[in-house]
Write a protein that binds this ligand. Sequence first.
Ligand code: NAP
Length: 306
Amino acid sequence: MNDNLFDIIIIGAGPAGLTASIYARRASKEVLVLEALSYGGQIINTLDIENYPANPNISGFELATKMYQQAKNLGAIFKFEKAIEIIDNNGIKEVKTTKHSYFAKAVIIATGSENRKLGLDAEDKLIGRGISYCATCDGNFYKDKIVGVVGGGNTAIEDTLYLAKLVKKVYLIHRRDSFRADNATIKKLKENNNIEIIYNSIVTKLLYDKKLTGIEVTNKLDQSVKNIELDGLFVAVGRIPENQNFASLINLDENGYVIAKEDCHTNYPGIFVAGDNRTKELRQLVTATSDGAMAATEAVKYLNTL
Ligand code: NAP
């Protein structure tokens, strides 16, 4: 067990988890970071991050790589394994992954969130065949074609603006008549003449043969239905927190977020939470890194009381 014993295990290597690892290493704690996929989390697909202080126009990949290198240089250990459970054995937390078990007295859950789907028939089988959840990853496949974007938050608007530079036409389909995104971003929609906004409407059907050929859209106000021919549909309807694996120990709210205040404490002693997967007002890169700092500081305080 000793090789697998650490002071703090951090689950998730997005901005919250990476910042937590930097703070915990600077406090001289032995730190293991577990990550299911690759470091960086959600920002890895953002081409231009305009709102992270002192780093205007840095790409998400570059920023995440800098954070990852900083954590590694400070001595954090990284293992790319998916954490599937936390078990408490008299104060020692066992974090089970799909491959091994690791042990620590403190755990920080920084698992972020995953893409929400529309829940339509054939949505899964059309992924990579017309359905995408990442405009910056897949936009290039649709050069000079016609695409749709679903959603009304920052991601949907930013995806629309990004795609408008590449494709012939973008339909932006939103279920209400006002957007959730910030005003500065919304204003940019007017600067493009190849964006058509379809308000008060939901996608009710995916049309396809071997790949997506279009969508059926229903207007929520008058129930009218129309079909739109599309080469691709980018779904940007928010994200779902990835906390279910820890729900046996940790209290979640009705939407699946870990219930925690700004101190990042969960209901369970020695288990902390950082980033987009906790209850909070503002889910941004800067608040995720702030959580990482707070959760690591509180975890170190907790360890020092034992
Ligand atoms: P979001 O803000 O939660 O927006 C999701 C959008 O999808 C909402 O407009 C919502 O409609 C719509 N929606 C949800 N479920 C739907 C469904 N089943 N069918 C149709 N539409 C549906 O998600 P997000 O845009 O991914 O952003 C997440 C967080 O990251 C936000 O805090 C955002 O500000 C932040 N973010 C920031 C930046 C940046 O600062 N550069 C970039 C991207 C994201 P309603 O509005 O009607 O609820």
